[in-house]
Design a protein around this ligand. Structure first.
Ligand SMILES: [Zn+2]
Length: 257
């Protein structure tokens, strides 16, 4: 291995054909974060790349950094985990596309890792182990917003600062980034269209406080899942100032139905 050749564990986020035989691949790497590289001859090379440069695959790659521009040269890839089960179920696959799109929107090439790799890997693994897709998406987004510095405030009303009180239900204010007590919803006429039952707030608080490897212990009822997905969808649109297309597809197809 030459000095400029490096290795990394990486997840495939995007893969586009380029010319006759090459592919341009965007990875999320364990150490350096997002990176885009060119896999020369990938469409022809049976040995080096076949069935490896697929969306979501976890790979061990060898690459050479180029001095100008940010396209690396991908020398070789070894498959570590293909997450085969999430490719065999449409709901799991759609949920994985949301995980992918959010990661692409929130990161930039060579921006460093910052913890996204673990979150991304957790999301794909949870889906691959056939946990309920929409529940995985709720917990993924709760962690995702924290990761990008916008942890939703579920501990106290964002208007009067009264701590969360389990004797009442709440609403969610996307602009203020947190829960709104019943008193503030009424007084200020800030009646939110995002109702949150007290039980939903509690389970989301737990998700915020648990490490990734304990999230499988938390369960969401159907109504809690719907409330959580609606609020995370609106919150994400507000924060990211754009539509998350894959999430909209899921929203239209599933949790509103
Ligand atoms: Zn209040």
């Amino acid at each position: 291995m030459s000095e400029s050749t490096k290795e990394s564990t990486a997840i495939v986020l995007d893969c586009q054909d380029h010319g006759e035989s090459d592919q341009i691949v965007t990875f999320y790497c364990q150490d350096i974060g997002r990176m885009t590289g060119i896999a020369k001859g990938a469409k022809r090379s049976q040995k080096r790349f076949v069935n490896k440069l697929e969306l979501f695959s976890l790979l061990s790659i060898r690459y050479t950094e180029l001095r100008s521009g940010n396209l690396a040269f991908i020398n070789e890839a070894e498959l570590v985990e293909s997450f085969i089960r999430l490719r065999q179920s449409m709901p799991l696959y759609l949920a994985a596309t949301v995980v992918r799109e959010l990661t692409l929107v929130a990161t930039r090439d060579l921006g460093g890792d910052d913890g996204f790799f673990s979150l991304l890997q957790w999301g794909l693994q949870a889906l691959d182990s056939q946990r309920p897709a929409l529940t995985v998406l709720v917990f993924f987004q709760i962690k995702f917003f924290e990761q990008i510095g916008y942890r939703p405030n579920l501990g106290c009303c964002v208007h009067c600062n009264q701590p969360f009180n389990a004797t009442q239900d709440y609403g969610f204010d996307s602009r203020a980034g947190g829960i709104v007590c019943r008193g503030c919803q009424g007084e200020r006429r800030q009646v939110t269209n995002l109702p949150l039952a007290r039980g939903t707030v509690k389970i989301l608080q737990s998700a915020q406080n648990q490490p990734l490897d304990r999230l499988h212990r938390l369960h969401l009822s159907g109504s809690a899942r719907r409330e959580a997905l609606a609020l995370l969808y609106q919150y994400g649109r507000h924060l990211l100032q754009r539509e998350i297309c894959s999430l909209k597809v899921l929203s239209d197809a599933q949790w509103k139905g």
